[in-house]
Design a protein. Structure first.
Length: 158
């Protein structure tokens, strides 16, 4: 199983970073391998929301889709993601955003394993570069939104 855990401090507010990661419907606008995303459902939970979303991804000639369950906890600025349907045997992603001085401490964890051993082998070789690309895309998005003053409610929010 491929996994990665990391804590970084970024020069953006916890609310902005949480908003960017929680706004999954906008991922195709800035995540390079996210070709499309369709929100399937949105339900209120006791401490936030539970979303089901179908994401179409592509890495070079490889492409596919999966349905994820995204649990948003705005009060604690945390997000938990698991696969609901798709090619993974296991998929877990956790984001935690904690104010830290003039910035935010971001705790990030991802662990996944494909059902297909060939996909696992391919993913192992691409994991670190894809992770760096994903981190850069989220940081670039935060920089752009802060610079342009385009901080807005997530897509679909009322």
């Amino acid at each position: 199983m491929a996994q990665h855990a990391e804590t970084r401090t970024l020069p953006y507010t916890a609310d902005l970073l949480y908003q960017i990661v929680a706004d999954i419907e906008r991922y195709p606008e800035f995540l390079p391998w996210c070709r499309a995303l369709r929100l399937l459902s949105r339900e209120q939970a006791a401490d936030g929301e539970v979303l089901q979303a179908k994401m179409e991804v592509g890495f070079g000639a490889l492409s596919g889709s999966y349905v994820s369950r995204v649990v948003l906890h705005p009060g604690t600025r945390s997000i938990d993601v698991t696969q609901a349907q798709g090619p993974f045997r296991s998929l877990q992603t956790r984001w935690r955003f904690t104010p830290d001085g003039e910035g935010t401490k971001v705790d990030f964890f991802i662990a996944f394993e494909f059902r297909n051993p060939l996909l696992n082998a391919i993913a192992a070789g691409a994991f670190e570069p894809a992770l760096r690309q994903m981190q850069a895309a989220f940081a670039d998005r935060a920089h752009q939104m802060q610079r342009d003053g385009t901080i807005s409610p997530p897509a679909g929010a009322s």
